[in-house]
Design a binder for this molecule. Structure first.
Ligand SMILES: [Fe+2]
Ligand SMILES: [Fe+2]
Length: 213
């Protein structure tokens, strides 16, 4: 029998809580992300349970409206810079990671990191981070030609390559929808480019390897 956060009992209890925290559409999306993340973990050799749990929990705080999520960040004692404070839509990943870590201390840091990074992405994302990020975009409820094409690439291309394709697609979508672009987006993108890898290796004799949690 499996105990703690890996157990079916933990998953089912969080799933039932989530159903009360978000609307039915978001709840269905979360189950889709959980399923897709588990599948991606199987395909790419990552921790399937961690992926399933992180996928389920990634939108834990998505039920708040804009003033609500700002108040939530404040309550959690999070210091937001002016840019993030002006982008309430992306904050739910950050607040969820903090809140879940406090409410369920048994959740490992890698699961919380994947929840935290699912909106903005980051440099040096782990396989699990990338899996949840990709699953958020490609779960069965997401429609469209681009999404379908990307879905077909699961298992056909490397995880990092699939992540970059999904990341590029999201940045484009943000621009098309006339939303603000997070200022660290190019920095994050460049951190995955081989040219920058060489540059960083030269600039820093002890570079941080990619994939570090
Ligand atoms: Fe989200
Ligand atoms: Fe989501």
């Amino acid at each position: 029998m499996v105990d703690g956060w890996r157990s079916d009992a933990f998953y089912e209890a969080r799933r039932d809580e989530l159903e009360k925290r978000v609307g039915p559409r978001r709840f269905k999306h979360s189950l889709g992300v959980s399923e897709t993340a588990e599948k991606l973990a199987r395909v790419y050799g990552a921790d399937e349970t961690a992926a399933r749990v992180a996928g389920l929990l990634h939108d834990w705080d998505k039920g708040y409206d804009d003033p609500g999520i700002l108040a939530r960040a404040d309550e959690l004692g999070m210091e937001l810079d002016a840019e993030l404070a002006a982008m309430p839509r992306v904050l739910h990943g950050l607040t969820a990671a903090v809140a879940l870590g406090r409410a369920f201390p048994e959740l490992p840091p890698e699961v919380l990191a994947a929840v935290e990074r699912h909106t903005l992405g980051d440099a040096g994302m782990s396989d699990l981070d990338m899996i949840v990020y990709i699953a958020d975009a490609l779960e069965p409820g997401r429609k469209g030609k681009v999404v379908e094409k990307l879905r077909e690439k699961i298992g056909e291309i490397e995880l990092r390559e699939l992540f970059l394709e999904v990341y590029a697609y999201w940045v484009q979508l943000i621009m098309e929808r006339r939303h603000p672009i997070y200022s660290k987006t190019t920095e994050i993108w460049d951190s995955y480019m081989p040219e920058q890898e060489v540059y960083r290796a030269e600039a820093n004799p002890d570079p941080i390897p990619y994939g570090r949690p």
